[in-house]
Unconditional design. Sequence first.
Length: 204
Amino acid sequence: MTRNILENTYALIRVSTKKQKEARQITRMTKLGIPKSNIVIEKESGKSTVRTKYHKLVKSLKSGDTLYIENIDRLGRDYDSILREWHILKQRGIIIKVLDNPILDTDQNFKDLSKKFMRDIMLLTQAYEAESEWQKIKSRQAQGIVAAKASGTQFGRPKTKPTESEIEIVKQYQNRDISLDTALNLLNIKKSAFYKLCGTVKGL
């Protein structure tokens, strides 16, 4: 029985925040006939370098498989990371299909040198534009934070002051009057939370 070629076709969808919706990208990929089981949705902060789902997908791909992306900024946020991931995929024999810019599709075997040159220039240009846009976003965010702080806006979780009971238990632990296990049981918290509490008490 001949294997459906779409079984070797995958798609990477990336959104940078929980507020962004992936439905539009999913629709584009499913219209191509890509099985939903082969569509990987990555929800990572733009500043995050931890891309568990992406690296798991890349590791599972084999030579001859096809990976669809909407744009090359799905491979990375900055110029160097985009080009690095692009070349890693190509070297492994993975076919890359770019919906927003088909001239970059790597299954096109251009014999004309000028066309190869144009494709390379397009890749470098889009990688540059991706990082430039990301730098602008970070700059606007930084400016917004500065302005918000100047107006008195507080960021992060509200700081809660330890209770007298918590302070007393921490001090007993620090004076070695009680063990760590006893302190954790009394407060009914995890070790990491207890150490954080110790730091808070120390700073009072």
